[in-house]
Design a protein around this ligand. Structure first.
Ligand code: ES4
Ligand code: ZN
Length: 418
C-alpha cells in the first residue's frame, strides 16, 4: 500500500510525541525520537544535533527558524510609530508622548509593574486608536508583516471586538476590518493566520462574543478566549458562552493560571472545556519538587500531561505581570522537560518589548535548548493550532520540517568544512 508522505510522517510524528517527552532523554544522549527523525528525514544530522544554548544561538539565526505563534493580542502588538500616526489621524489626544522611542519606553515601563491589572492599563491607548475600519485593517496588516519579519509561518492573534465600537462600528464590522488586514498581509507575505475572539472576564457579554465568534468562523475566526484580569473573575461564570462554543463544535482557549492558581486552570478545563490554556504558569503549584530531583504531579498536572493539553507560555510577559519573579523560577523548562505540550508565545509584543525571535532566543539560552527541541516547540504549537488538521499538516511538512532540515544541512556542511 502506498502511504501519502504527510500522513506517513504525521503518524511518525505522533510516535515521536510519545517517545520524546523528556529533555532528560536529550541530556542523557541520543533521544529515540531524534534517531527516528534523523534516519528518515535528516540523514546529515550528526553532532550538530548536540548544539544547544548560547552555542546554538551563536551558530543559528533564530529569527530565520520557522516559528509558530498561538498567543498574541492584536491590541498588544502595535508598533509605537503606528500608535502615534493613528492617534493623529483619529484626533486622539490621550497619548503620554508623541515620540516613538519615548512612547515605546512608556509602554515597557508601564508593563513592568508586577501585576496584571496595571499591565493591562496601557491597552487604553492602543484600543483608542483602533476604532475605524482603516485603523483596524492597518494594525492587522502590520501584525502579519511583523510576523513575516520575525520568522513566524503561522500565527493566531486575538482581541476583544467589544472594545472597538466607540466610534460607531458594529462588532461584525470590527471583525471584518481586521480580517481584511490579515488577508492582505497573508497575500503579501504568505504568513498563515487564525483570529481568536476574546470575551472579557469582568464583563457580562461573553455569550454575545461567543456567538460572534461562531458566526465569523468561515471568515477566519478559529476560536474563542476569555481574557482580562483573572483574580476575582473565575472562568466558570462564563459557562454559558463556553457551552455555546462547544455545541457549535468550535475551539476554546482560556487565559488561566497567569494571575491566579490551579483552581482557575481546573475550572477552565473542567467547567469551561478549554482545549488550550493561556499561560498556565501557576500549574507549577500542582507539582511537588522532591529532594531527589524528581517531581510528583498533582491530579490536575497529571491530567494536563496525559491529555496533551497545549500550554501557551509567555516568558517575558510572565515576568512583567509578576506571574513569575524571574526566569530561574519560570516553570517553562520543567514543563518542557517533563513532556507537557508547551509552546512559546509573545502575549503583547509592544507592552513586553518582545518578539518570537526574542522569546525563542531567551528560552534557548536560559533553558539550554537544542535545535531538535526548538523544532519540537514549533511542532507542539502547530499541532495545537486551531487551524484545521489538513492545514496544520501542510504547514508542518511544507514549512517547519524543511526549514529546520535546511539549518541542519547547513550546520553539517559547515562542520564538514571545519
Ligand atoms: C489580557 Cl485582555 C488582555 N490583553 C493582553 N494581555 C492579557 N493578559 C490577560 N488578559
Ligand atoms: Zn494573553
Amino acid at each position: 500500500m502506498r502511504v501519502a508522505p504527510a500522513e506517513y510522517f504525521g503518524f511518525l510524528n505522533e510516535i515521536k510525541d510519545v517517545s520524546l517527552p523528556s529533555a532528560h532523554d536529550f541530556c542523557a544522549g541520543v533521544p529515540a525520537g531524534t534517531l527516528l527523525e534523523t534516519t528518515i528525514m535528516n540523514p546529515t544530522t550528526t553532532s550538530t544535533s548536540m548544539l544547544r544554548g548560547k552555542e546554538l544561538t551563536r551558530r543559528v539565526d533564530i529569527g530565520a527558524l520557522p516559528k509558530v505563534l498561538l498567543h498574541e493580542h492584536l491590541d498588544g502588538g502595535l508598533r509605537p510609530a503606528t500608535v502615534i500616526e493613528l492617534a493623529a489621524e483619529l484626533g486622539y489626544k490621550g497619548l503620554p508622548t508623541t515620540d516613538p522611542g519615548d512612547l515605546a519606553d512608556w509602554f515597557h515601563r508601564g508593563a513592568q509593574k508586577g501585576n496584571l491589572p496595571e499591565y493591562l492599563e496601557g491597552f487604553e491607548h492602543t484600543i483608542a486608536v483602533m476604532q475605524t475600519p482603516e485603523t483596524l485593517e492597518r494594525v492587522a496588516f502590520e501584525f502579519i508583516e511583523d510576523m513575516h519579519r520575525d520568522g513566524v509561518v503561522y500565527a493566531e492573534v486575538r482581541f476583544a471586538p467589544v472594545y472597538h465600537t466607540a466610534r460607531g462600528l458594529t462588532q461584525e464590522e470590527v471583525i471584518r476590518s481586521v480580517i481584511r488586514g490579515l488577508r492582505r498581509g497573508e497575500k503579501t507575505y504568505g504568513v498563515e493566520w487564525g483570529l481568536i475572539v476574546c470575551a472579557m472576564r469582568h464583563m457580562k457579554k461573553s455569550l454575545e462574543a461567543a456567538e460572534l465568534a461562531i458566526r465569523s468562523r468561515d471568515e477566519g475566526v478559529v476560536g474563542f478566549d476569555l481574557a482580562g484580569g483573572e483574580e476575582g473573575f473565575p472562568p466558570k461564570k462564563h459557562v454559558d458562552a463556553f457551552q455555546a462554543i462547544e455545541r457549535a463544535n468550535f475551539n476554546i482557549t482560556i487565559h488561566a493560571g497567569e494571575a491566579f492558581g490551579p483552581k482557575s486552570i481546573w475550572q477552565a478545563l473542567q467547567f469551561c472545556g478549554a482545549h488550550r490554556l493561556g499561560h498556565a504558569t501557576r500549574l507549577r503549584d500542582d507539582i511537588e519538587f522532591l529532594p531527589d530531583g524528581t517531581m510528583k504531579l498533582g491530579r490536575l498536572a497529571q491530567y494536563i500531561l496525559d491529555r496533551r493539553v497545549p500550554l501557551e507560555m509567555c516568558l517575558l510577559s510572565n515576568l512583567h505581570t509578576g506571574a513569575c519573579k524571574d526566569l530561574e523560577s519560570h516553570p517553562f523548562g520543567v514543563f518542557f522537560r517533563r513532556g507537557f505540550r508547551v509552546c512559546l508565545n509573545t502575549d503583547d509584543r509592544l507592552m513586553s518589548d518582545t518578539t518570537m525571535t526574542k522569546e525563542t532566543t531567551l528560552a534557548t539560552e536560559h533553558f539550554d535548548l537544542s535545535l531538535n527541541e526548538l523544532e519540537k516547540l514549533s511542532l507542539n504549537a502547530m499541532k495545537s493550532a486551531f487551524a484545521h488538521f489538513d492545514q496544520r499538516i501542510r504547514i508542518i511538512f511544507d514549512r517547519i520540517k524543511p526549514g529546520f532540515a535546511a539549518v541542519r544541512t547547513r550546520l553539517a556542511e559547515e562542520e564538514r568544512q571545519g
